[in-house]
Write a protein that binds this ligand. Structure first.
Ligand code: BYC
Length: 323
C-alpha cells in the first residue's frame, strides 16, 4: 500500500507536483505519486463508505419478504441491489490504491474499519423503508454530491453514478411516505413514529462536530472532503424541514426554527454520547449486523473458490489456445 521509497530531492519534486495538482483542484489518478497519508486517508474513507453500502442492505432487506404489494417489493429489491452495486464500485475504487478486496473485507470483519452508524438502528415498521429513502439517502446525497468533486479520480467518478441512484432512492422513499400520509390514521402514526426514530441518527451520519473531527482539516486541505461535517449537516436540515412540512410530519426537535439572521434553520444537538456508543459497537444492532455479514461471507466461500478456479482454468486454456 505504501509508495516506493524515493530520494529526498525526488520526493520534494513529487510532493510539489502533488501539491500543485491539489491547488489547481485537479484530480490525482491511481498511477500518480501521492503521499502515504493521503493514500491511507482515502483507503479509510472509501472502504468505510463501501462497507456502509453493503451493511446498509440489511435494514431494508429485512422488509423485502414483507413488502405490502408486488410493486413495493420490486422497488425495494431494486433499491437494495443498487446498494450492492455502490459497494462494488467503491471497493473497486479502493483497490486502485493498492489494497485488495479480501483485505478490505477482513478489515471490516475484524472491526478495524467502520461502517456508517446509521445502519446499527433497527427497521421496526414498513414506514422505515420510506424514512430510510427520504432521510438516510437524503443525508447521503448531501454528503456525497460534493464528493463527486473529490481530489481522487476513481472515487469522484464512482460518486457521480452513485449520487444519481441515491437521488432516485430518495424520491422513492418520499413517495412511499407521501402515499402512507394520504392513507389511514394508523399509517400516518406509523410514519411519524418512524421519523421520530430516524431523525437524530440521520444527523449523526455527517460525523462528529467539526471541533471534534480529527480527520476533517487534513481531508479538506487535500480536497478529499469538500465541506465540513457541520456545513453538510446544516445543509441537510435546511433541505429537509420544508420537505417534512409538505409531508405533514413533525421533526422531533423542539429547538428547530428558522433563523432569519443566519438564513438557516437552528436545530438541537444530537446525542453525541449515543453516537460514541454506536461507534464503539454498542448500538442496538451492531452485533446482529456484523454476525449477519460474517455468516454471509462464510456462506459465500464456495462462490469465491469456484470463481478463482474458473479464472485459473480460463487463463490456462487461453495459454494453450483452447477455447
Ligand atoms: N458512522 O474525523 P471524522 C449510505 C468516524 S452509505 C461511523 O469526522 P471523516 C447508504 C470516522 O470514520 C453512508 N463512523 O471522519 C447506504 C472517524 O473514524 P476513523 C456512508 C463515523 O472521515 C445504503 C471518526 O468517526 N457514507 O449513505 O473526516 C443505503 C472521526 O470522524 C461516522 C460515507 O461513508 C458515522 N456516521 O468524516 C442508504 C460517505 N462519522 O475512520 C444509504 C463518505 C464519522 O478515523 N465518508 N465516523 O476510525 C465521509 O464523508 C466521511 O468519512 C464522514 C466522516 C463524513 C462520514
Amino acid at each position: 500500500m505504501a509508495a516506493t521509497p524515493v530520494e529526498p530531492a525526488e520526493r520534494e519534486r513529487l510532493q510539489a507536483g502533488f501539491d500543485a495538482t491539489i491547488a489547481r483542484a485537479d484530480r490525482i489518478e491511481p498511477r500518480d505519486w501521492m503521499p502515504d497519508d493521503y493514500r491511507r486517508t482515502l483507503v479509510r474513507q472509501i472502504a468505510q463508505h463501501a462497507h456502509s453500502e453493503i451493511i446498509g442492505m440489511q435494514p431494508e432487506g429485512n422488509w423485502i419478504g414483507r413488502a405490502p404489494s408486488l410493486r413495493r417489493k420490486a422497488i425495494l429489491l431494486a433499491k437494495v441491489q443498487d446498494e450492492a452495486g455502490h459497494g462494488l464500485y467503491l471497493y473497486s475504487a479502493c483497490e486502485t490504491l493498492g489494497v485488495s478486496r479480501a483485505e478490505l473485507t477482513e478489515m471490516l470483519l475484524s472491526g478495524r474499519q467502520k461502517y456508517s452508524s446509521i445502519f446499527n438502528y433497527p427497521t421496526l415498521s414498513y414506514a422505515d423503508v420510506g424514512t430510510i429513502g427520504w432521510l438516510v439517502d437524503g443525508a447521503a446525497i448531501c454528503n456525497q454530491v460534493p464528493l463527486c468533486r473529490t481530489s481522487y479520480g476513481p472515487y469522484g467518478r464512482a460518486m457521480i453514478r452513485i449520487c444519481k441512484e441515491e437521488s432516485f432512492h430518495q424520491r422513492q422513499g418520499y413517495e412511499l411516505l407521501m402515499t402512507m400520509m394520504r392513507g389511514t390514521d394508523g399509517q400516518r402514526a406509523m410514519v411519524q413514529e418512524s421519523v421520530d426514530r430516524f431523525w437524530w441518527p440521520s444527523l449523526m451520519m455527517f460525523g462528529p462536530p467539526d471541533a471534534e473531527s480529527p480527520n476533517s482539516a487534513r481531508s479538506m486541505a487535500w480536497g478529499v472532503k469538500r465541506n465540513s461535517n457541520d456545513e453538510l449537516r446544516q445543509k441537510f436540515v435546511d433541505m429537509t424541514v420544508p420537505q417534512a412540512e409538505a409531508l405533514g410530519v413533525t421533526l422531533p426537535d423542539p429547538a428547530l426554527r428558522w433563523n432569519a439572521e443566519r438564513a438557516h434553520y437552528d436545530f438541537g444537538e444530537p446525542d453525541w454520547e449515543e453516537f460514541a456508543q454506536v461507534l464503539r459497537g454498542n448500538g442496538p444492532c451492531n452485533a446482529q449486523r456484523m454476525a449477519h455479514r460474517r455468516a454471509a461471507h462464510e456462506d459465500g466461500a464456495w462462490v469465491r473458490e469456484a470463481a478463482t478456479a474458473f479464472a485459473a482454468r480460463t487463463a490456462e486454456n487461453a495459454k494453450e489456445g483452447v477455447r
